[in-house]
Ligand binder design. Structure first.
Ligand SMILES: Nc1ncnc2c1ncn2[C@@H]1O[C@H](COP(=O)(O)OP(=O)(O)O)[C@@H](O)[C@H]1O
Ligand SMILES: [Mg+2]
Length: 234
């Protein structure tokens, strides 16, 4: 096996049953995600990007086929095992940051380390390091509301990278940011990908294309390495 591969989707699809209708959110898909690369998942709204990201993130089970993350067969694991796999192997960055409002910046970044039962002293050191990496070493004791949107997103990135997870998954991480913050965030994600991690970013934002090592297009539940004609990015 290629040891650059961190996650594989093998003939996997996802269908949702709502009442009498079955929606194919993702048609049968096969692809590998590599460490050392920033991969963009690009497509119109409703095309299946979040579904594919959720499969890679071990948040949902595929209906058919297999998903393998960090050597683990996801479909053979129960919810508790998946929660453990997510905690150890995956960092998530969401569009809406998902920071805990009453907690300071450093407390937010320490959260996954606390879940891993890392001693407080070590957790503090590691959280401080992660925050320095994203340029927020002087904001440790601020509350999220005292930061700009771009800074809050950088806290979310620090929280995702503090466990040294080999797979970083970002769902529209720049959607609510100004162009300047987009550049800062994407350069950080790019640098992270170069430290032997895989970074996967869902977007329909053209400004992100120049940061990609690889672009995967999603249209109507279908996945392709070349653009679909009918794709629209509005
Ligand atoms: N939990 C769900 N139940 C039913 N349909 C869903 C669910 N999640 C997603 N879908 C449907 O699957 C399709 C793909 O959704 P999604 O992956 O969220 O697209 P995107 O992230 O590209 O906007 C859409 O038609 C959406 O309505
Ligand atoms: Mg989505």
């Amino acid at each position: 096996m290629d040891n650059r591969i961190i996650a594989s989707v093998v003939g996997a699809s996802k269908q949702y049953q709502t009442g009498d209708t079955v929606i194919t959110a993702l048609a049968e898909t096969t692809l590998d995600i590599y460490k050392g690369q920033l991969t963009l998942l690009v497509g119109a709204s409703g095309s299946g990007k979040t579904t594919l990201l959720s499969l890679l993130g071990c948040v949902i089970y595929s209906t058919n086929g297999k998903v393998i993350v960090n050597g683990n067969q996801v479909n053979e694991m129960n919810q508790k095992q998946l929660a453990n796999l997510r905690l150890r192997s995956i960092g998530f960055v969401f569009q809406s940051f998902n920071l805990l409002a009453p907690y300071t910046v450093i407390q937010n970044v320490m959260t996954p380390l606390n879940l891993l039962n890392i001693p407080q002293k070590e957790a503090k050191i590691r959280a401080t390091e992660a925050l320095k990496k994203v340029g927020l070493g002087d904001r440790l004791n601020f509350l999220p509301k005292q930061l700009s949107g771009g800074q809050q997103q950088r806290v979310a990135i620090a929280r995702a990278l503090v466990t040294n997870a080999p797979l970083m998954l970002c769902d529209e991480p720049t959607a609510s940011l100004d162009t300047n913050s987009v550049g800062v965030i994407m350069r950080e994600l790019k640098t992270l990908s170069q430290t032997d991690r895989a970074v996967v970013v869902v977007t329909h934002d053209h400004r992100l294309f120049s940061f990609a090592d690889r672009i995967i297009y999603v249209s109507n539940g279908q996945v392709s390495e070349t653009p679909f004609d009918e794709i629209s990015f509005n």
